[in-house]
Design a protein. Structure first.
Ligand code: GDP
Length: 265
């Protein structure tokens, strides 16, 4: 069968030299070194699990016979969604932000999982549900764009308002271009409904350190000034280099109640 990509597993990351390892596991922390003196870095280290927690989380994302990870179903309407039996997280973002790549990276230790993409223009956009053993479900929401059709907004709105097992929403933002006007549609929706969410900056391997730092500081400021429900720490990811993917797995495990204790490192 297929092999997991390099650095998909922590054991592979741990073989790297220290600085590279920090960059892969804690990409935001790596950036902290380049902050101007006196900058408040508290928001860079709110969620900082130790190795044991990272490993426990990884085990959840590794399938085996007693722990299947499966695509469950797709839905265009809430009455087609699977029963809300497990804690759930959902991923939303503009089309092309890197959402399917990230979900594929998260599930890269479960090679049987197929993350489907329906990019054909005019093709109905759906919510795709994945089940991680008996622990949680993960939902890939349809991407929005500057021409977000009304039925898309209604689908996402209904989901966010009605899904009572939803523990956290992951709002993906392109790390190269930063927050866009269209991202505000999602932010306003989440704020209006009082949904807890977290922002994830994607494709960080494509951004220079300067651009990334600028976007991180700008978005942190935006979160501080304009939001109530957004977790103050940003998550930085690259689905190509696997930066931030291990930490994100750990945060998903944490918010779904599958890591009772997250000890500091
Ligand atoms: P989606 O529409 O949000 O599902 O976006 P995709 O996951 O299909 O990604 C859109 C484009 O960005 C594709 O060409 C991907 O190869 C590219 N991409 C996604 N994630 C990354 C990343 O972490 N690094 C880089 N360099 N490219 C990425």
């Amino acid at each position: 069968g297929r092999a997991s990509p390099p650095l998909a597993a922590l054991s592979q990351v741990l073989r790297l030299e220290r600085s590279r390892r920090t960059g892969i596991v804690f990409p935001l922390q790596k950036l902290e070194r380049y902050l101007a003196p006196g900058t408040d870095a508290a928001r860079f280290r709110l969620f900082q699990p130790g190795l044991a927690a990272l490993q426990r989380a990884e085990a959840l994302f590794r399938s085996d016979r007693g722990h299947p990870i499966d695509y469950v179903s797709s839905a265009v309407r809430m009455d087609h969604a699977p029963p809300p039996a497990l804690p759930e997280v959902c991923f939303i973002g503009r089309s092309n932000v890197g959402k399917s790549s990230l979900i594929r990276a998260l599930f890269s230790l479960a090679l049987e999982v197929e993350v489907r993409v329906s990019k054909t223009p005019g093709h109905t956009k759906k919510m795709n549900f994945f089940k991680v053993g008996k622990y949680f479900t993960l939902v890939d929401m349809p991407g929005y764009g500057y021409r977000a059709p009304q039925d898309f907004v209604e689908m996402v709105e209904a989901y966010l308002q009605e899904r009572r097992n939803l523990k956290r929403t992951f709002l993906l933002v392109d790390g190269v271009v930063g927050l866009q006007k269209t991202d505000n549609i999602a932010v306003e929706m989440l704020e209006e409904f009082g949904i807890p969410y977290v922002m994830v900056l994607t494709k960080i391997d494509r951004a220079s350190r300067g651009v990334l730092l600028k976007n991180v500081l700008e978005i942190q400021e935006f979160v501080k000034e304009n939001t109530q429900g957004c977790f103050p720490q940003l998550f930085l990811v690259s689905s190509v280099e696997f930066s931030g993917v291990h930490l994100l797995r750990c945060f998903v495990a944490h918010v779904t109640g599958n890591l009772p204790t997250v000890e500091a490192s």
